[in-house]
Unconditional design. Structure first.
Lengths: 593, 286
């Protein structure tokens, strides 16, 4: 038996075979044994058939991404075997059922264990679904987990169906026996510490509610749908109002309405839905209504690849809707980050009275769970210039209207809520004066209106200057001085961090700048970090290096070495390493772990 | 409450003789008659002549995007159901670009009151064909006569399951005020279609006056679905009044209150979670 620091396990099957549930059990087994996990769901936009896979990376230290290669492969179909066998590491193991899979000759470096998953499953049930249980239990034995945690996890997984739980435990016992027979190969150091694992859709949802959000609106769209599932599942308990709109246009407009009435309100969708929301993002900025809008990115324009990952929507966020208006853009790097950014998003939206846009993506949201090793902290809520009392201040009143869009030194105006006596105003999508009167019809083009349009546009845009100063600089990970600095944003930080740790332990000197505060960029804090770097490389999941383009535009730094992945699959640490070695030693190294 | 309580400092920019003046007077009259304080009213509107409405009456307002006042209104009502939420917009806004929202608001029985100033023409964009313009009608975009059939919003909404559907005429503000009062008192979604002629592009005052009659004068029973549908499809004459009314269906907001509990409205519960709840939520995934 070899004690290792991390292990990668991959399951492959057809959709409908129960692979998600098997993967979830595997993730739970490891999380309930004190290890850190990071998972990825290679699923398809299909309910039955096709090919789906589930990847678990587990370690004794925090793991962020896919790890290197595959240590244990469980192919339930021939297609799964053929698609994934080449990723199996030296010393790795393929466990397969010969009734479903014909193995190839892969040489002596890879062990291939034959196990009768199907025949064993059919002993306990007339359906084959329990073959997953048999296989997962066998892997548990091979990585040195005790049967008690297997039994506990299976029993809790089927808590509502004790009969099914019992059958599964019996089948698992047999599978575990196969593993014991084969002997423990690679094992992690386990403990009885139980760690939770979540993906960024869930941590963002929890963060939002923690920050006082009780209004959520959505139209289902992959990979954002887990947010609406979580919100509706917790609506009763936490008192969340969920608006299920007829389209994304109604979704964002209802969110704006709820925010106007005083709620902390949010909505989420993916790129296509966001494109429909476009006009209303400008509406939120013009009416100075605080909303949080989440885009969980998937691959491709139009329908694209609904279940695959990408970071291709940054340019849309930067350019969304017509003319210039203020906005904040965040991109959490992973699940723990998403909680903190949810909390900050609502404060910034309310304090600056502007739309906040958040970019998540399939890889860290719907597609990948990650261990959270700390408890979420309760937060303070800062609602900025929200007024709760009657307005008697003459400066803020003209006898009829409240001066909702008052020009102030910090460009942020007092905001009363409907229902408050003597504070009436009309929120305006037309350009307006301080009292909410239209400048667009009978006053348009008159000298006074032209001047007021300038003042109002400046008022809104200047909020960005103040915001800029509180946007965070990227986190510098690794040593301060390095030969190469890798720039990443959002989810691309994870494979970079994993590759960097491996490369630095092999003697290279690399560090990373991980951006999660995307726009406006705090240039004052960022410029010295980028300018002092010896050499820069960027990693992101789109074709044109959209974040590289933003840095070029805002800071004037052009990062030429770029790892750009746009095929829908996650960025692997090994790809980062290959690119780095390519740059550093000027030759392609076919480095296989 | 006196009508003066709703008096704005802003003079409507509508053309002299525009039907919308009558609607403005009727809305003020209805709110005053029901004693609803101005600060408890929010009026959501879209884009077009009639959608300039909110600033012309002293209540809270949201002058939003073209076609989208209904979802904004629903968000407001969901977040604070103590508010009286009205939508005031035109036929382009509500029967064209935003009709999808109307259909679904009616289906959900959202407790908002939609007052459509229907002039059968696009006025502010200088007289083009609207969804309620008639077959053969000559407009800027149908110079040889329209070859598109008009929408029948009343029949569509009654058929869709709307629980309150009425039609008024801006030339009869007292009657219209009664309809709006009934709409506000109604339990859930209400559509008040108002024939509000455009004196500049398509003046139908005389025609309406010639053809109109009041349903209540003919013994119409608004709880009778088929009678309502028949009235909505009438072509010879022009019925006004409450076509359909169903007070048996709870509104979305009533059912929401049942699900999440009274007083837990989104605008009233901007409060943090404690560490115990946070821990519980986190460990659901373990």
């Amino acid at each position: 038996m070899q004690e290792v620091k991390d292990i990668t396990i991959r399951l492959g099957a057809a959709a409908g075979d129960g692979i998600q549930s098997a993967g979830e059990i595997l993730a739970k087994l490891l999380s309930r044994s004190g290890t850190y996990i990071s998972t990825f769901n290679g699923n398809q936009s299909a309910i039955r058939g096709g090919h789906v896979w589930f990847h678990v990376h587990a370690g004794t230290h925090p793991v962020y991404s896919m790890g290197y290669g595959v240590d244990y492969l469980l192919p339930f179909t021939q297609l799964a075997y053929d698609e994934h066998y080449s990723l199996v590491n030296k010393g790795g193991i393929i466990i397969y059922d010969p009734s479903a899979v014909t193995a190839r000759d892969l040489g002596a470096d890879i062990s291939q264990i034959k196990s009768p998953f199907l025949a064993t499953a059919l002993k306990y049930d007339k359906y084959p679904i329990m073959k997953n249980t048999v296989a997962v239990a066998e892997v548990a034995a091979l990585i040195g987990l005790g049967f008690d945690v297997v039994e506990e996890t299976i029993t809790s997984q089927f808590a509502k169906k004790p009969e099914i739980a019992k059958k599964n435990v019996e089948a698992a016992k047999e599978g575990y026996g196969f593993g014991v027979q084969a002997g423990v190969r690679k094992a992690l150091k386990y403990s009885d510490k139980r760690l939770p694992f979540l993906h960024a859709n869930y941590t963002f949802s929890i963060g939002a509610v923690a920050a006082g959000c009780r209004f959520y609106a959505a139209y289902p769209m992959s990979p954002a749908s887990p947010i609406v599932h979580w919100m509706t599942a917790h609506a009763k308990k936490l008192g969340i109002t969920v608006f299920l709109g007829e389209d994304e246009i109604s979704v964002i407009n209802a969110t704006i309405g709820a925010a106007h009435a005083g709620a902390r309100a949010m909505c989420a969708t993916s790129g296509g839905g966001f494109a429909l929301m476009q006009e209303a993002v400008g509406e939120a900025a013009m009416t100075e209504t605080p909303v949080v809008v989440v885009n969980v990115m998937r691959t491709g324009p139009s329908t694209g690849l609904p279940t695959k990952t990408s970071q291709g929507d940054l340019n849309m966020m930067l350019g969304i809707s017509q003319d210039d208006f203020p906005r904040a853009i965040f991109a959490p790097r992973n699940a723990p980050d998403a909680y903190d950014i949810a909390v900050r998003s609502f404060d910034i939206a309310e304090r600056y009275q502007m739309p906040v846009m958040v970019l998540l993506d399939f890889q860290i949201a719907d597609g990948g769970y990650m261990t959270i090793d700390h408890d979420f902290e309760p937060v303070d809520i800062n609602r900025g210039k929200l007024l709760n009392s009657d307005g008697t201040d003459k400066e803020l009143h003209n006898g009829t209207w409240f001066r909702r869009y008052q020009l102030t030194p910090d460009n942020i105006s007092p905001r009363p809520l409907p229902g408050t006596p003597n504070m009436m105003y009309v929120a305006k999508t037309d350009e307006h004066d301080e009292w909410g009167h239209d400048l667009s019809d009978v006053l348009a083009g008159l000298k006074e209106s032209v001047l007021m349009r300038e003042k109002m546009q400046e008022k809104r845009m200047k909020k960005m200057e103040q915001l800029k100063a509180e946007m965070k600089a990227p986190e510098l990970v690794g040593q301060t001085r390095a030969d190469l600095t890798i720039v990443s944003w959002g989810s691309s930080a994870n494979p970079v961090r994993e590759a960097m740790e491996v490369m630095n332990s092999s003697g290279l000197k690399i560090n990373a700048l991980e951006f999660s505060d995307i726009y406006p960029l705090n240039t004052q804090a960022i410029v010295p970090l980028l300018k002092s770097a010896e050499r820069l490389m960027i990693v992101e999941a789109n074709y044109t290096s959209q974040f590289g383009g933003l840095l070029r535009k805002e800071i004037g730094i052009d990062i030429k070495d770029a790892l750009l992945k746009y095929n829908g699959e996650p960025i692997y640490p090994v790809e980062v390493e290959r690119m780095v070695r390519n740059i550093m030693v000027k030759e392609v190294e076919s480095h296989v772990h | 409450m006196s009508i003066k309580a709703y008096e704005s400092d802003t003079r409507p920019d509508w053309c002299p003789g525009c039907g919308d003046f009558g609607v403005l007077a009727a809305v003020k009259d209805a709110l005053a008659a029901l004693n609803i304080p101005p600060h408890n009213v929010v009026i959501s509107s879209g884009i077009g002549c009639s959608s300039n409405f909110p600033g012309f009456i002293k209540t809270y307002g949201f002058h939003g995007l073209h076609g989208r006042p209904i979802p904004v209104a629903i968000g407001i009502k969901d977040a604070n159901p103590n508010l009286t939420v009205l939508v005031t917009a035109g036929d382009g806004d509500e029967y064209g670009i935003g009709f999808n929202h109307m259909i679904h608001a009616a289906r959900r029985n959202d407790d908002i009151k939609v007052i459509v100033m229907n002039n059968e023409i696009y006025g502010l964009t200088t007289g083009q064909l609207s969804p309620t313009s008639r077959l053969k009608q000559v407009t800027k975009t149908s110079p040889s006569g329209s070859i598109i059939y008009p929408l029948n919003p009343l029949a569509a909404l009654i058929g869709d399951g709307a629980t309150f559907v009425a039609r008024g005429f801006s030339g009869q503000p007292k009657h219209l005020s009664m309809l709006i009062q009934e709409a506000i008192k109604h339990r859930g979604f209400a559509l008040v279609d108002v024939l509000s002629p455009c004196v500049t592009w398509y003046d139908i005052y005389d025609e309406v006056r010639k053809l109109m009659y009041k349903l209540e004068d003919k013994g119409h029973n608004p709880t009778d679905f088929y009678a309502a549908m028949k009235a909505a499809k009438e072509e010879e004459k022009l019925p006004l009044g409450i076509f359909y009314r169903d007070e048996t269906k709870p509104s979305f907001q009533e059912m929401l209150k049942e699900q999440i509990g009274d007083g837990r409205w989104a605008s009233k519960s901007v409060t943090p979670l404690n560490s115990e709840t946070l821990r519980e939520l986190e460990y659901e995934f373990s």
